[in-house]
Ligand binder design. Structure first.
Ligand SMILES: Cc1cc2nc3c(=O)[nH]c(=O)nc-3n(C[C@H](O)[C@H](O)[C@H](O)COP(=O)(O)OP(=O)(O)OC[C@H]3O[C@@H](n4cnc5c(N)ncnc54)[C@H](O)[C@@H]3O)c2cc1C
Length: 435
């Protein structure tokens, strides 16, 4: 039976047959249903790469056992549905943290591998896939393949950043990162424009493990002005204590009937956020608010109103193109939450990984026809600069752009499981999406 399924953006809408997977050896109806299959972790993607409209989803949150954890070496093997939150609660009291983490702790291990996620430390640590030691891939023909850099390496490379299309990842072994405690020494600095952002980044990259900026896209005073945040793990406080399950501090109770975000509310918010803090400030803060500020607001995505949100995240190799993107995005009515970071040149582990040298900018907008019509202008700037869009956050790029952004896409084809597909893949492969 088809059920409504949501990604984190609540756009696009989708209906699927939902099949919970509770253990790796559970029989799955690959040959019985006459539909395609796609693994679904925590649904924290903001596009349709985690959706399989009118087909089946293999949901993994119940396949989440820790299989082994060596508190001496920091090697952890766990089933793919486990969340980063659960890993941290286990590992931090032993002095181990995630080697790379996205901006929410509620992603699954399998989802993090399939999108080869990046974090604020990309310039030091590369992507999450760089820290995966091995994984087990289950195919629809009943075969299982252990994959690592030395065993089935081509399958390993295709599955990291493989968008869930190469099969079901059953478990993953990952090397965690040693830390002294769960505190971060941070500095926040207000900066005037995008050139100052790049200067701050240059000065920070060698000294700070974590670097990111919040950007005010509506400012008419300084293009790309914002707040630069940088941090390192604290080394002089006591060890981390055992933590209970982490939840939001408060929650948006329901989908509001209209978007709370418009140019006026955004301008007010941006001005307050930009000016409402000292020019620069140093503080030692708990790791949660530093890495996962949005997790403290439950279901924050509901403020975008009934249409949901449209996310747009690109990797942009040239500074000129970054200027152009910031100019155009201001004219789109302003993005609610704009984040910018310069990535490093650490090679990614996956065939179709998103991350690479250049700056990444993430924009988000309440759903509107106008935004949908204008975003191809941004896509084109990215294409002309030799950059790419992030499939984890996309529900609308054209097939032609996808193939230009990911010139190796054809190399993935032999690894795609014949019974697996996704709304994203059908969209970017469809001839109608080629324009
Ligand atoms: C607030 C917020 C902040 C974010 N910040 C970042 C960030 O800083 N950096 C970043 O890179 N991303 C970021 N993201 C995106 C998020 O990290 C990725 O979309 C991540 O992949 C979501 O994991 P998930 O478990 O929810 O996977 P889902 O969204 O459920 O699925 C994602 C993909 O993984 C596949 N998949 C899931 N489980 C398996 C499995 N067991 N086997 C095979 N394939 C599988 C799915 O088929 C799908 O293709 C952010 C998202 C949010 C909501």
């Amino acid at each position: 039976m088809l059920r409504d399924v949501q990604n984190w953006a609540r756009f696009p809408r989708s209906r699927s047959i939902v099949i919970p997977v509770t253990s790796p050896d559970q029989p799955l109806p690959f040959n019985e249903l006459g539909v395609s299959f796609l693994p679904f972790g925590m649904g924290r993607s903001l596009g349709d790469s985690c959706l399989n409209d009118n087909n089946a989803l293999l949901t993994t949150p119940a396949m989440s056992r820790v299989m082994t954890f060596d508190s001496q070496s920091g090697r952890l093997t766990a089933e793919a549905g486990i969340t980063f939150d659960a890993i941290m609660r286990l590992s931090l009291p032993h002095g181990w943290f995630l080697p790379v983490t996205p901006g929410t702790r509620f992603v699954s291990l399998g989802g993090a591998v399939a999108n080869d996620v990046h974090g604020k430390n990309h310039h030091c640590a590369g992507t999450f896939g760089c820290h995966v030691i091995q994984l087990m891939l289950r195919r629809s023909d009943g075969s299982r393949m252990q994959c690592s850099a030395s065993e089935n390496p081509e399958w390993f490379r295709a599955t990291i950043g493989g968008l869930g299309l190469t099969g079901l990842i059953e478990w993953v072994e990952v090397q965690l990162k040693p830390v002294t405690n769960s505190w971060i020494d941070t500095e926040t600095i207000r900066y005037r424009d995008v050139d100052e952002f790049y200067a701050l980044n240059e000065e920070s990259a060698a000294r700070f493990e974590y670097v990111v900026a919040w950007v005010d896209t509506l400012s008419t005073r300084g293009l790309g002005r914002g707040i630069f945040m940088r941090g390192n793990h604290n080394t002089n406080r006591g060890p981390a204590k055992r933590q209970g399950p982490s939840g939001p501090h408060f929650s948006i109770p329901g989908v509001v009937p209209f978007s709370l975000l418009n140019r006026t509310t955004l301008k007010g918010f941006n001005n307050t956020f930009y000016w409402g803090r000292p020019h620069s400030k140093a503080a030692t803060v708990p790791l949660g608010p530093f890495f996962y500020p949005l997790d403290s607001i439950g279901a924050y995505h509901r403020i975008y109103g009934p249409g949901g949100m449209i996310q747009w995240q690109a990797l942009i190799p040239s500074r000129e193109a970054v200027h152009d993107i910031l100019k155009v995005s201001g004219s789109l009515g302003g993005s609610f939450l704009t984040v910018m970071k310069v990535m490093g040149d650490h090679p990614s582990a996956g065939l179709l990984s998103f991350s690479g040298p250049g700056a990444t900018i993430a924009l988000d907008f309440p759903y509107s026809r106008n935004v949908l019509e204008m975003l191809p202008r941004l896509d084109e700037i990215v294409a002309a600069a030799g950059g790419r869009l992030y499939p984890a956050k996309d529900a609308r790029m054209s097939g032609a752009h996808f193939r230009r952004y990911y010139p190796h896409w054809q190399e993935l084809l032999p690894f795609i499981d014949p019974r697996f597909s996704s709304s994203f893949w059908r969209r970017v492969m469809s001839p109608a999406a080629s324009a």
